[in-house]
Structures are given as structure tokens and as C-alpha cells.
Design a binder for this molecule. Structure first.
Ligand SMILES: Cc1ncc(COP(=O)(O)O)c(C=O)c1O
Ligand SMILES: C[C@H](O)[C@H](N)C(=O)O
Length: 341
């Protein structure tokens, strides 16, 4: 049975597994000195069309928290959306790893930050008692399955830079956003003003691991030591980095993300017209958020379906992954239709 709780329920996609197997060839230097780490770092520099610094860590929480900690001091603050993962689902890791930087949440429709809301937080106060904003973080695709357009990112980044803030992008589902936009990754990252990207590997089909991509290389000077101290420097780094080669070399990363997005569209289309059910956000990536009557939710759980209800503001979240089968979507829809009668 396939679930819709999270895209991290899926296994390893074949391209990543094959690349992992291929890297299991005898001895190799440790701690990132191996050829696979070098090759995939170069491949990411080619993908983003710029000379960026690349690091690999074990998960998205570490990627986000260590990246944010490298962008601000403990007495400063990070502006995020009020449903941002860094604020709602990382158990205080950004605050911990930054030694106390404060997260300042901002409201915004559709899970997105707005220039007005961010301006208000930046200009609200400038007295000694207020933790001066130093970072703006946005999530692409967002926690509720929407996607920022390049112009939206550029407007937020221009505002941030004008006030001396760095711009971080939580890209746990960056592949899904790229497939949704159909643009070159550079267009809605560094060319739009993003300084650091946490590029999610786990949810796109890798066994484990995320890439932290510093477009502003001045900001990554001590990042390797920060990773080491946090227990995020893999000794057998090749097994974190090599699967990326399988994903990037023939565009598998985008194929799989586009498939996950298509399954979300299939699910959303099937929900239309079912009484008592309403989509809560436009489906722009691989997540479907909808209001479900309680008897339908409990009935689905009794039938074995697993899904989250704690993401975003309310309703149920159904996440599609690289391996989600159309038959699984149709089976879920059939149960929802039966229970909604
Ligand atoms: C938007 C977002 N950012 C970051 C993360 C953190 O990833 P991890 O669970 O690997 O720590 C997640 C988790 O899936 C996520 O959904
Ligand atoms: C919420 C949980 O932490 C995970 N980021 C997910 O989206 O499934």
C-alpha cells in the first residue's frame, strides 16, 4: 500500500540507487575528498550556471539550521512565514544552532511571504531591545504546496538586501518547484537574489541527504567546520553525494518531480465535485491540501491510509512522491468518494 503522508515515505529511485552502487567501489578518501563529491559539486555548479560552494548534510533540518546559523548572529533574527518548517517542524534547531537567533514569523496568503508583511517586520522597530532582522527565509515549494514565481522571489530578495538581510531558500521540495515552473534553476535562485539554497535530496528520491548551495560564497567560509561540530560531516561522504549524480546526469530529478506533481494534479482533479470536500490551496507542486469531513478522515484512517493534518493551518495534506502510482491515487479517491456519500 502506498501512503500520502509524506514524499519521504518513498524508497530510493533507481537512478540514485544505481549511482550509489557504482560508488561502492573499493576505497575512497573520506570526508568529501572523494571523486564523487567533487563530480556532483561540479555538476551542481553547471546546473546553477555559477561558481557556488556545495556541501552535503544528512537531512533538511540540519541543512536549514546550519545554513541559517551561518547567516546571522545569535542576537539577530530570521524572518520566516508563520507556517515555515524552520519554525513549526524543526524542534527549535535553527534557534539552537544559531545560539539563539529569533525567528520572526510573518503572515501571508497561500503559504507565501509578501513584501508588505516582511517590510513591516523589518521596519517595526530599530531599538536596542529588538533582535535586528538579518535573514529572510522562504520555502520553495512552500509547506502548503504552492510555488513562488521568480518575480515574487526577486521582490522579496531586493527588499531583504536593501535592508542588509541575507536570503535563504528552504528547497526541501526544490525539484518539485523546478518541475512546476519549467524554468532554469538559476532564474529563481541566485539570479532572483537567493544567497543560500538548501536543495532537498531525500524527498526527490535519494536515500538520504541534502545539498547546501552557497551562491554568495563569502557566506560559506566556516560552514564546513559548522557542519563538523554539528555532527553533519559524513566520513563516507561519497554515499551521500554519489546518488545525486544518478539524479542529475540525465534529468531524472526533474522527471520524478514532474511525475509526483502530476499525481497531485490527478488527485486534485478527482476530488473536485465530491460533496463536503474543498481544496485549501492551488495545487502547484506535489502536495494536495483539502478540507475533509471528520467521518471521512477517520474512515480513511480505519482503511489504513496515513496522511498528516498538522501542516499548514487546517485540513488534510496528501503528498505524492516520485513513485506514487496512479492506481494508488485512484484507490484513495475511491475510498474518499465512498466515505463522503
Ligand atoms: C519544507 C520542509 N523543509 C525542511 C524539511 C526538513 O527535512 P528533514 O525531515 O529531512 O529534516 C522538511 C521535511 O520534510 C520540509 O517539508
Ligand atoms: C512535516 C515533516 O517534518 C516533513 N517535513 C514532511 O513534510 O513530511
Amino acid at each position: 500500500m502506498q501512503h500520502f503522508a509524506s514524499d519521504n515515505y518513498a524508497g530510493i529511485c533507481p537512478e540514485a540507487l544505481a549511482a550509489l552502487q557504482a560508488a561502492n567501489a573499493g576505497h575512497a578518501p573520506a570526508y568529501g575528498e572523494d571523486e564523487w563529491t567533487q563530480r556532483v559539486s561540479d555538476r551542481l555548479r553547471a546546473l546553477f550556471e555559477t561558481d557556488c560552494d556545495v556541501y552535503f548534510v544528512f537531512n533538511g533540518t540540519a541543512a536549514n539550521s546550519l545554513a541559517l546559523a551561518s547567516l546571522c548572529q545569535s542576537y539577530q533574527s530570521v524572518i520566516c512565514h508563520e507556517i515555515a518548517h524552520v519554525d513549526t517542524d524543526e524542534c527549535g534547531a535553527p534557534e539552537f544552532f544559531s545560539n539563539g537567533a529569533k525567528l520572526l514569523p510573518a503572515r501571508g496568503a497561500n503559504g507565501k511571504l509578501t513584501v508588505d508583511a516582511v517590510t513591516e517586520l523589518i521596519t517595526r522597530r530599530n531599538d536596542i531591545h529588538y533582535p535586528r532582522p538579518r535573514v529572510l527565509t522562504l520555502t520553495q515549494a512552500t509547506e502548503v504546496g504552492t510555488v513562488y514565481r521568480p518575480d515574487e522571489i526577486a521582490a522579496l530578495a531586493e527588499l531583504a538586501h536593501r535592508y542588509g538581510l541575507h536570503v535563504h531558500m528552504d528547497g526541501a521540495r526544490f525539484a518539485n518547484a523546478t518541475a512546476s515552473l519549467g524554468l532554469a534553476p538559476a532564474e529563481f535562485t541566485w539570479r532572483a537574489g537567493v544567497d543560500v539554497l538548501c536543495f532537498g535530496g531525500t524527498k526527490m528520491g535519494l536515500p538520504v541527504g541534502e545539498a547546501v548551495v552557497f551562491f554568495d560564497r563569502k557566506l560559506s567560509e566556516d560552514f564546513a567546520w559548522r557542519c563538523k561540530q554539528a555532527g553533519q560531516l559524513a566520513s563516507k561522504m561519497r554515499f551521500l553525494s554519489a546518488p545525486w549524480l544518478g539524479m542529475l546526469e540525465d534529468g531524472a530529478w526533474l522527471r520524478h518531480a514532474a511525475h509526483a506533481n502530476a499525481m497531485a494534479q490527478r488527485l486534485a482533479a478527482g476530488l473536485h465535485g465530491i460533496s463536503g470536500i474543498r481544496l485549501l490551496f492551488e495545487v502547484q507542486a506535489n502536495g494536495v491540501f483539502c478540507s475533509l469531513p471528520e467521518p471521512v478522515m477517520s474512515g480513511l484512517r480505519e482503511r489504513g491510509w496515513r496522511f498528516y493534518t498538522f501542516i499548514g493551518t487546517d485540513g488534510a495534506r496528501f503528498m505524492c512522491g516520485w513513485d506514487t502510482l496512479p492506481e494508488s491515487v485512484d484507490a484513495l479517491l475511491a475510498d474518499i468518494r465512498t466515505l463522503a456519500r
